[in-house]
Design a protein. Structure first.
Length: 132
């Protein structure tokens, strides 16, 4: 039971980290003129106008959020830490897949990079560093 609760706490910590980084990114990298990125419709309209700079913070949010959650459960040495860390990675990956499916027009290079690099490898890295 403790392992499950700590994994849920790690997931929540990762989600909070993700949200904070996205908010910081939206302050640093402004939306294309006249477009609102706070709604799904506005984001879909803005996709063709967005450059690489608009995707840096979302990638960092996904990767760092996953890392924080996986590191947290690994650092606390819960039973089956690798399983719990990877479960957090899979949960974030599921969120990434949902984002791709619900947000048309996301550039293929971002989808590929995000889904391959930001979740499972980073969860494993969080596990390894948390075990030290």
């Amino acid at each position: 039971m403790k392992s499950i609760l700590l994994s849920v706490a790690g997931l929540l910590l990762g989600v909070i980290t993700n949200g904070v980084i996205v908010q910081i990114g939206s302050q640093i990298v402004k939306a294309p003129k006249g477009l609102d990125l706070s709604t799904e419709q506005g984001l879909a309209k803005a996709m063709p106008l967005m450059g690489v700079e608009h995707f840096i913070f979302p990638f960092l949010a996904h990767a760092i959020g996953t890392f924080v959650g996986a590191y947290f459960v690994s650092k606390l040495k819960v039973n089956r830490a690798l399983l719990n860390a990877m479960a957090i990675g899979f949960a974030f990956l599921a969120g990434g897949v949902m984002m791709v499916l619900t947000l048309p027009g996301t550039p293929w290079w971002f989808v590929t990079t995000d889904l391959i690099l930001a979740y499972l490898p980073v969860a494993y890295l969080g596990y390894k560093l948390g075990q030290r």
